[in-house]
Design a protein around this ligand. Structure first.
Ligand SMILES: [Zn+2]
Length: 271
């Protein structure tokens, strides 16, 4: 035997490196820290509101991959607006948990996300079946929007933040920070009256953020009542609602064709 020529695979144990790949993650147990990982966001699996530290927080679950494999990533609260389908990101400080036999990833309050260049994908991708969204068109007959500023460090909702002051001290962790650093998260209710169908009441979450960014650029994101007035003033809305009754996105019907084209793409990117 010529053992000397046998090609021994050489691979550094992942504990020596902060940077992991998806195949490394799949081999980890639950509650393990993942220092750095680059991921491509493939598909939205779920969007819901979960109870968290006495309040409620929005959660989006994505199917993600790199060249070595694919898994799922839960994105909480303030990072939701950062993570977009089809894009690639470097995530710093994630943790693992078990979803059945699969090790999946979740963001933590200290997670950082930065956009990155192309991340590879496995030669065959498994697309997960997702419950279809329903699209409703009609005027809003009622709306309630609660805009809650949250501490970017500890996530705590703030009751006393004054938007006109340049700084604000977090009501939980006591850190003094600049007011614009506090991120707004939304909750509320939207009632729409589609033609020939009964009124439908749906939960509004951070999809409000997308609406503000696209259609009310001049609005003060903290001003729930002003956003409510803007929505009620629209003659008709196009609303995409998921199986959980959450509004995934909504748009004025004047851009209906554009919005419908976007909705009909679903959540599976073309690539
Ligand atoms: Zn805080």
């Amino acid at each position: 035997m010529r053992l000397g020529t046998f090609p021994l695979p050489h691979r550094a144990p992942s504990s020596t490196s902060n940077r992991l790949t998806v195949v490394d993650v799949l081999g980890l147990g639950p509650r393990q820290r993942v220092g750095v990982i680059e991921l491509k966001v493939l598909q939205l699996l779920d969007n819901k509101v979960a109870d968290f530290q006495g309040g409620s927080m929005e959660l989006k679950c994505f199917e993600v991959c790199d060249a070595t494999g694919q898994t799922a990533l839960s994105v909480w609260d303030r990072q939701i607006s950062t993570v977009q389908l089809g894009q690639c990101y470097t995530f710093w400080s994630l943790t693992t948990r078990k979803d059945g036999s699969r090790t999946v990833l979740t963001t933590t309050p200290s997670t950082l996300v930065t956009a990155t260049t192309v991340v590879g994908q496995p030669s065959s991708l498994r697309l997960v079946t997702v419950t279809a969204e329903e699209i409703l068109c009609g005027p809003a007959t009622g709306v309630k929007i609660v805009a809650k500023p949250r501490c970017p460090r500890c996530h705590a909702g703030q009751d006393q933040l004054a938007i006109k002051c340049s700084t604000h001290r977090c009501e939980r962790c006591s850190m003094l920070q600049r007011t614009p650093a506090y991120l707004v998260t939304y909750s509320g209710v939207l009632i729409v009256a589609p033609r020939d169908v009964n009124e439908r009441s749906m939960a509004l979450t951070n999809s409000v953020m997308g609406f503000v960014r696209e259609f009310c650029v001049a609005c003060n994101a903290h001003d729930g009542p002003a956003l409510e007035e803007t929505i009620m003033a629209l003659p008709e809305l196009v609303v995409s609602v998921n199986a959980e009754g959450l509004v995934v996105r909504f748009a004025p019907a004047v851009v209906v064709s554009e919005a419908m084209a976007e909705c009909s793409q679903g959540d599976i990117p073309d690539a």
